[in-house]
Design a protein around this ligand. Structure first.
Ligand code: E4P
Length: 222
């Protein structure tokens, strides 16, 4: 499973990249706006930190403008994946961009029907939003399972990116369901490292060693 960081924050990306387990980045207009820099500038900086797929979302609402904006975002760096919303115009734009060889991440997917449409349009990635479905009382993970089955049934190459992941359980359940990619906020990726028995075990190992050799380091967070 590939791990993407769902952030446009450069400090978080630098910390995550140093772990060596970050395969890409997803951004959206809200995440870009939070950092206060224009999208072109921020995406360029992100591409300098993480070597992998970097999703950059169009803010246009008509397919013509989406195509135009998408092409200009793709010029920023070879790793940029154009992100289009799952609207009728977004699907027309996806079709056109995919036919011209651009990679498109179709975002804001909340149903299996929408995921089927995105695959038919030639999307490189589909982004079903798990957390936001949970928020309205639906089972977001069920959607991941449905899309995995449907794509397998027809051999669609579109990659399933489990988005809007809010917890370590979301990441694990997406992996069990067979999502190709999980995108998560920095704090969720950070939490994946943690287990109380790892901390306790290391503390004990070092204590036992230092009792005999007196030179073991004291663990300060694993
Ligand atoms: C990723 O591509 C999405 O924009 C993101 O995962 C949305 O997450 P949120 O529902 O936590 O805002």
């Amino acid at each position: 499973m590939k791990f993407f960081l769902d952030t446009a924050n450069l400090d978080e990306l630098k910390k995550g990249a140093a772990w060596g387990i970050v395969d890409g980045v997803t951004t959206n207009p809200s995440l870009i706006a939070k950092e206060g820099n224009p999208i072109e500038e921020q995406i360029k900086k992100i591409c300098d930190i993480v070597d992998g797929d970097i999703s950059a979302e169009v803010i246009a609402v008509t397919h013509r403008e989406m195509v135009e904006q998408g092409k200009s975002l793709a010029k920023i760096h070879k790793n940029v994946v154009i992100k289009c919303p799952l609207t009728r115009d977004g699907i027309i734009a996806t079709n056109e961009l995919a036919k011209s060889g651009y990679r498109v991440n179709v975002t804001l997917c909340f149903s299996a029907a929408q995921a089927l449409i995105a695959a038919k349009a030639g999307a490189y990635i589909i982004s079903p939003f798990v957390g936001r479905l949970d928020d309205i009382g639906q089972d977001g993970m069920d959607l991941i399972r449905q899309i995995v089955t449907i794509y397998e049934n027809y051999g669609y190459k579109t990659k399933i990116l489990a988005a809007s992941l809010r917890s370590t359980n979301h990441v694990i359940d997406s992996a069990i369901a067979g999502a190709h990619i999980g995108t998560m906020p920095f704090k969720v990726m950070d939490a994946l490292f943690t287990h109380v028995l790892t901390d306790k075990g290391l503390e004990q190992f070092l204590k036992d060693y230092s009792k005999v050799f007196h030179d073991a380091p004291v663990p300060v967070g694993v």
